[in-house]
Design a binder for this molecule. Sequence first.
Ligand SMILES: C[S@@+](CC[C@H](N)C(=O)[O-])C[C@H]1O[C@@H](n2cnc3c(N)ncnc32)[C@H](O)[C@@H]1O
Ligand code: SF4
Length: 458
Amino acid sequence: MQNPVFDYDLILKYDKPGPRYTSYPTAPNFRKDFGGADFRKAILDSQRTAPLPPLSLYLHIPFCAAGCWFCGCNVCHTREREKGWPYLDAVRREVDALRGTIDAGRRVEQMHWGGGTPTFLTPEMIRQYFHALRDPFPFEPGAEISIEVDPRECSDEHLHCLRELGFNRISMGVQDLNPVVQKAIHRIQPQETTAHVADHARALGFESVNIDLVYGLPHQTVDDFRSTVDAVAGLDPDRVAVFNFAYLPERIRIQRAIKAETLPPPIEKLKILEMVIERLCAAGYVFIGMDHFAKPADELTQALRDRTLTRNFQGYTTRAGCDLIGVGASSISQLHRCYAQNEKDADRYQERTLGGGWATVVGMTLSDDDLLRRDLITRLMCHFVVYKGEIEAQYGLVWDERFKKEMEGLKPLEADGLVELHPDRLVVTPIGRLMVRNIAMVFDAWLEKGPQTFSRTV
Ligand SMILES: C[S@@+](CC[C@H](N)C(=O)[O-])C[C@H]1O[C@@H](n2cnc3c(N)ncnc32)[C@H](O)[C@@H]1O
Ligand code: SF4
């Protein structure tokens, strides 16, 4: 696939708040009258027809020892490691409830721990959490078991423990190696700390090492961030995620410590992204989707080639066929026809699990129209092409009749060169690739239903 072409004027023209489409409908549309009983029923209903999809488990550990000012994740700042124990009890209660509902024959193909910082937990806690999830479910041999670690909170003992338990993928937060930026985001992380964890993880046999960077952070410049990108590529990770800084100070209190005037202006931000793509591709990575880079032999690159790449709450992923079961505060589950999200606050999450295990507070059942549009949006965001005939055959519809309004809506984007409207397919052009969220928004039937806060597309 051709890399994006940067047309600065056009990109700025289309710079407006928009969803990142890690789900469709997006989380702000989840209903408050959807609770644990609805989620339980959705699981049971989804199991009435064979074959039952395999499972992907997600565990959210919300704790972080210190708050990074840029962070948009659902976190609970604390230095009390002991908080990991009562949270483990709640996780056990939730897993019990799920175990009593999920068909015992369904196998786990993938498990991911995210946060917050899962390595905030001591190795002994990690062992017990692992068994709380691993023991009740049958895992596929060779299941992908991954974890997010903060290199500042990840001792050699942690790494040994994770490897011994069977974790085979590790993802590390770095964000930016420049001390000026690190100070401005309240995250001091020496390069040696990152390098040590990356090297050690590899020596211990983790199959895949991922590094997260963020562009658009305070005081970032093209030249300084180039040094970060080159140093990170020098660590030879299998994947690099370079996220667009989602700055929402009205909604995320901790981000108010970052002043808007310290952020790179939109043009500089675009130049940074252009440089990132150029450097990482020159270093042998393939640009995947909106924000991921992977080596050519990586599963993610393979999935891009085969058009099996998909998107869920964790971003781009290869396991399109799994039902996602989220455990822990704020976790989101995704079945074919249902989203269910747990209570976000860690204390309230624990209380909620007391009455039988379910901590669901919002969610929704998807209509046929939602399923169709989710599929379209996923294809656009992941494959950058939609074949009308495939959709017509799969959903029993006539494209030009069903999407008359949307095709009209795409005309100005076509005129601007973002998308090609062929008789048999829609193709996101190399110019349109950076504005794929804007293209997807044309197919979003929920946008007009109410005010929602999203980060900007640039
Ligand atoms: C849960 S954290 C990673 C693990 C660990 N807590 C750490 O920071 O090293 C997930 C990633 O989300 C990204 N992230 C967090 N807040 C963000 C924001 N406001 N905008 C864009 N990316 C963000 C960062 O790259 C971060 O590494
Ligand atoms: S970036 Fe990671 S370590 Fe920093 S506050 Fe967010 S989750 Fe915690």
